[in-house]
Ligand binder design. Structure first.
Ligand code: NAD
Length: 468
């Protein structure tokens, strides 16, 4: 668990309990100065009026610098939040790709012009908001930061980035890299501190004209209320309780490992973790047995160990939350089929480790089937037919993602259209690419990041009419 001492945030490695680094917490006066500097940069750096290819050049140089520093950044993120090194490397690659994608996207985004209409011709342009706040969670800092910063800059804005107090070390690196790459000073600034202090001050600041938030649903709703009151747009990427469906015609040699990777990858600390597996009753017990058997073999080790499948949770405090979640599932009548405890052994004593856990025997309305654990906890549920499956799969407040395994194209199409989810994975899971929009239905969020949608998020349409 990271801690704050006076004006410093101390980042602790959840695999060892050792200090990794410190950052200075931004004060309220400091925040005023940051916002002021951001507006100065927006108005006077000339950034928003550069030719798109000039902005794109800077974004590509940021991508190049990220690529050059990949080993260092991946290692820093691993220490900051405990994710396996291989996953952290993948997240740096993702960040590189995001800057490259939005470099190209801003070059190709066209202005819309109508044909002359009698006395006038009209066109629309995408104007930047000015100063945008980007607030990110602790689970994938470099990836989430890039997903917001790259399109916001591409659209011509100045960005104030507030990383999580539980993973604060990557954002300052991105700020430094952007400066080295030639981004004018003040266009990307980082503020640090607790969400309830600096986060809420940022969201409520009069100088912030758009908010892009990724994090928990409770926080997102609170931010949405402030944004509504201030009449500024808020893009909200929130939590999930995503269903992963295994039909009776599924290719189990692919489905079983995908279900496990879908929940136990990143130790379940992924917004799109497939945390409820629905299995057709005719194959329920045999699939469940396979899942449990393979889960018991999952290789848990220090995040930099070779061939590791799961590392520690991101903090000791977060492990306690996961433990409480499993305890409640027990009280609700759930059977813990594997896991449900900390691993034993000297190598796990200093870290926030927890065993991958599978639970069954719960009703769909149990709190454990409704709320996000954000940890390595999979709930298994049988289903009998498509109609009851769809009702159960849709029966939570969330709607972020869904996976489905079937050989029937028609069934895949029918079910995919009926499920409340921003992303549907059919015969695959957790695929993500910068060019494809991403976001949630229902309490999983508002707005779409990534793709051209993700660029348009950071601009407001202005219509221009010219008399002829
Ligand atoms: P969180 O909501 O606690 O915090 C997220 C960020 O918001 C942090 O930077 C925090 O400091 C800040 N914050 C907290 N309170 C605030 C306030 N009142 N005003 C402004 N900012 C505030 O979430 P977390 O624990 O860091 O992350 C886990 C959650 O994030 C999970 O629910 C997960 O599903 C979600 N998540 C969603 C996505 C997505 O794309 N949909 C991606 C990753 C994580």
């Amino acid at each position: 668990m990271n801690s704050q001492m006076g004006s410093e945030l101390i980042s602790t490695n959840p695999a060892t309990g050792e200090e990794v680094g410190r950052v200075i917490v931004t004060t309220p006066e400091g925040l005023d100065a940051v916002v002021d500097r951001a507006w100065q940069a927006f108005h006077h750096s000339g950034w928003k009026n550069l030719m798109p290819h000039q902005r794109a050049d800077v974004l590509r140089r940021i991508a190049d610098r990220l690529q050059e520093k990949k080993a260092y950044l991946a290692s820093l993120q691993m220490q900051d939040n405990g994710k396996p090194l291989s996953e952290c490397r993948g997240m740096v690659d993702y960040a590189v790709g995001a800057f490259r994608y939005y470099a190209s996207a801003c070059e190709t985004l066209e202005t819309e012009v109508t044909p002359p209409r009698g006395q006038y011709v009209s066109m629309t342009v995408l104007e930047p908001y000015g100063v945008v706040a980007a607030i990110t969670p602790w689970n994938s800092p470099i990836m989430n930061d890039a997903t917001k910063v790259a399109p916001a800059l591409a659209a011509g804005n100045a960005v104030i980035l507030k990383p999580s107090e539980d993973a604060p070390l990557l954002a300052p690196e991105l700020e430094r890299i952007a400066l080295e790459a030639g981004l004018p000073e003040g266009l990307l600034q980082v503020v640090q501190g607790q969400g309830r202090d600096i986060g809420s001050a940022l969201v409520g600041h009069e100088g912030v004209r758009m908010i892009s938030f990724t994090g928990g649903t409770t926080t997102g709703r609170a931010i949405g209320r402030v944004a509504a009151d201030r009449v500024v747009p808020a893009a909200l990427e929130l939590g999930g309780k995503s269903p992963h469906i295994v039909f009776d015609d599924a290719d189990l040699s692919l489905a079983v490992p995908a279900v496990l990777a879908g929940i136990f990858g990143s130790a379940g600390q992924s917004c799109v973790a497939g945390s409820r597996v629905f299995i057709h009753r005719s194959i329920y017990q045999s699939v469940l047995d396979q899942l449990v058997e393979r889960t018991r073999q999952i290789r848990i080790a220090a995040p930099d160990a070779e061939g590791i499948e799961m590392g520690p949770l991101a903090s000791f405090q977060h492990r306690e939350r996961v433990e409480q979640f499993v305890e409640r599932a027990r009280e609700e009548g759930g059977r813990i089929l594997c896991g449900g405890a900390r691993p034993t052994g000297a190598e796990f004593e200093q870290g926030a480790y927890y065993l991958p856990t599978i639970i069954d025997g719960l009703g769909i309305d149990a709190v454990s089937c409704q709320e996000e654990a954000f940890g390595p906890v999979l709930v298994a549920l049988p289903f009998d037919d498509e109609a009851s499956l769809i009702e159960a799969a849709n029966g939570t407040a969330f709607g972020l993602a869904c996976g489905m395994w079937t050989e029937s194209f028609k069934r895949a199409w029918r079910v995919a259209r009926a499920i409340d989810a921003g992303s549907m994975w059919i015969n695959t899971y957790k695929q993500s690419v910068t060019s494809t929009p991403f976001g949630g239905f229902k309490y999983s969020g508002i707005g779409r990041e990534k793709g051209l949608e993700g660029l348009k998020l950071y601009g407001q349409v202005k219509s221009l009419f010219f008399g002829l």
